[in-house]
Design a protein around this ligand. Structure first.
Ligand code: ZN
Length: 338
């Protein structure tokens, strides 16, 4: 209905004007063949398998790729390379494979396997328990570069003023940096030449970078962006291990014994320090003079048990007695055997 007076006469319902009918794109389907399955690394490091298809015209466009979401989806639908499939597309939504025509199989179809190492950076690919996603763990992964550096400089991490995403993007584009560690090697002249920067803001940024070198160790640990390790866990690890070298050598078992460090956290810490990329990254930071030690006297962050003495006797239901003792000490309490 296009006439304004008519619209007014019809009036509105609570949610929609009565004169307009929501137009939904009808979902269109087409048959095609999967020639290959490729993997894309997203900005968060998550791997997404993509079907490479014989091009078909569907819902107003030519389609030669369809998302396969994750490995569970591929296994559930039993999708193989070489399969004839039905794909569906609606509006601007990414086309998806909805059905495999198994009668068309001739035995030459191949099962897809997730890569064990990232195609972009070579780092280890991990899948966490209970999660569908496979993830690249590389600190130097080009796919995750921008996001990692933005996290590194953020307020709760290294807190570097004057280094917004657009400047980081420019630095990456101009090949001034690959990882956050390279920030400490950028020259003021190069920064001054960038868009929206001048001599003064370049010098301010150099000063901010210089200042961040003396940050407490927990900030650096948080800045690494290790999965499951946020500010709180970074503080605990910094207080416990005192140097990055010590932390680097910690085992999963040892880490899990620390109160508030769970199995997933311990696992990702060990995986992080195992990577060659991480080692090179840390070396570069150390050479630039970034503080890698915690010289604060106090290794206890949370003092909720301070001044209390606990007597541990008998059998405890949740912990071994030695474990319970450690937890109490981590919180500033004391234990006594009788
Ligand atoms: Zn990668």
């Amino acid at each position: 209905v296009n006439e304004l007076t008519a619209r007014e006469m019809l009036g509105d319902t609570a949610k929609f004007p009565r004169w307009s009918i929501a137009y939904k794109y009808p979902a269109e389907k087409q048959q095609t063949v999967i020639r290959d399955i490729k993997v894309q690394v997203g900005r968060t490091g998550v791997l997404t398998p993509l079907a490479i298809l014989d091009t078909v015209h569907i819902a107003g466009s030519n389609v030669s790729r369809a998302t396969l979401h994750n490995l569970d989806f591929i296994r559930e639908k039993d999708i193989r390379i070489g399969d004839t499939v039905i794909i569906q597309k609606a509006g601007d939504i990414i086309p998806a494979v909805v059905e495999v025509i198994k009668e068309n199989r001739d035995g030459s179809e191949k099962e897809f396997e997730m890569p064990t190492h990232c195609l972009e950076c070579g780092a280890l690919i991990v899948r966490e328990e209970g999660e569908a996603a496979y993830r690249c763990t590389g600190v130097n992964c080009p796919a995750q570069r921008l996001r990692n550096i933005i996290h590194f400089v953020s307020r709760n991490a290294m807190d570097i003023d004057g280094l917004g995403p657009s400047i980081i993007e420019q630095m990456i584009e101009k090949d001034l940096i690959e990882t956050a560690a390279d920030l400490y090697y950028v020259k003021a002249e190069d920064i001054a030449e960038m868009d929206k920067m001048g001599k003064k803001s370049a010098q301010n940024l150099i000063n901010a970078l210089e200042k961040s070198k003396t940050n407490p160790l927990y900030r650096l640990i948080n800045a690494f962006g290790i999965r499951h390790i946020g500010e709180k866990a970074a503080k605990i690890l910094s207080a416990k291990y005192k140097t990055l070298d010590n932390l680097r050598n910690a085992s999963v078992e040892e880490l899990t014994e620390i109160a508030d460090i769970g199995g997933k956290m311990a696992q990702s810490v060990v995986e992080f320090f195992m990577q060659e990329q991480s080692i090179a990254f840390i070396d570069k930071l150390e050479k630039a003079g970034v503080n890698c030690i915690d010289d604060s006297e106090d290794s206890i962050i949370d003092r909720r048990f301070e001044g209390m003495t606990f007597v541990l006797t008998g059998t405890l239901s949740k912990y071994k007695r030695s474990e319970a003792g450690k937890i109490i000490e981590n919180y500033g309490g004391k234990t006594s055997s009788s």
